[in-house]
Design a protein around this ligand. Sequence first.
Ligand SMILES: [Ca+2]
Ligand SMILES: [Ca+2]
Length: 378
Amino acid sequence: MKKIFSVFFAFVLLFGMIFSPGVIFAKNSGTDQYLLQFDGNVEKGLLKAFGVKDSDILHTFNLLPVVSLNLTEQQARGLANHPKIKGLEVNATVQALGQTVPWGVPRVQSPEANNLGFTGKGIKVAILDTGIDRNHEDLSANVKGGFSVFTDTANSDPYYDGSGHGTHVAGTVAAVDNQLGVIGVAKNAELYAVKVLNNSGSGSYEGIAKGIEWSIQNGMDIINMSLGGSSSSSILEQFCNLAYQEGILVVAAAGNSGTRPGRGDNVGYPAKYSSVIAVAATDQSDKRGTFSSTGPAVEISAPGVGILSTTPNNNYASYNGTSMASPHVAAVAALVWEAKPNLTNVELRQLLNQTAKNLGSATQYGHGLVQASAAIQY
Ligand SMILES: [Ca+2]
Ligand SMILES: [Ca+2]
């Protein structure tokens, strides 16, 4: 049995939104604050006629004939229908718009790549995981297809993610730039939900092989596998090799089996195979997450500590893990491939490695922190 590299749940953030000022009448027995616009000049006499006291007139604007005031529901209804009143609105609560840029997005130079004109457009990224909630407000525009390796009712829908893991990984790659929630590293990349892990986050090497096969047959450009196990499988390795030979860039989480001092060889499979890029996790200080696996197979690093992304049912949460680092690399690869479409997958891999920012120990960080614009401009 294979297990998702564990996810340490941190906290859920709720995002504020602007209230639509379409509701005219507040529903309670006392008064509520309104914004009232006159058709012409402000006439306080009219307000008096409706029984509005001076003390309930809170502010009179200078540039438009608008007053803010307290009204009962009855006063509001009466004024709203008066010919000298142009409009009446509840003074709604306003909060800052909700799109947060997760720290990993600028750390891998996504905004610079965007400024150069590259957003991952046209690049197909298969997320081999627990599925993707394609109804998510911050993903639906980018989820273009999917497939489940399971046949049981609970797991046969690739767009049902009972775990949240796959939806989180997908958001790091390509959450939409829409003033909601978060933004992905490659905000216009195409996401494909390939469900190879069930709603508990478990799967088999057979299932992963099926997901790779589907990805080859359906023309995927990049495969992200934020999953792994500790035992090797010759068959799984052959499927990874096949995808790589077919021109797909194959990216996987290095594993969360690291030791605190960062010694030892504990990268998992499939990341350990030579055809697969093993991604280590770093924190906001560009230091290795203490869980991040180490060893000669570590190839490159990316943010994986305190990563805010999408979770099912329009939620957002912050997770830790090399599972969160791998999609940063997959997404940077999408940005660079859009910019340099003539590169083979082998050349792209080499370019990402050669332009990564050196962070020190190769067995902990590989070539270092993946950098989108450095690779694009190389
Ligand atoms: Ca968004
Ligand atoms: Ca490898």
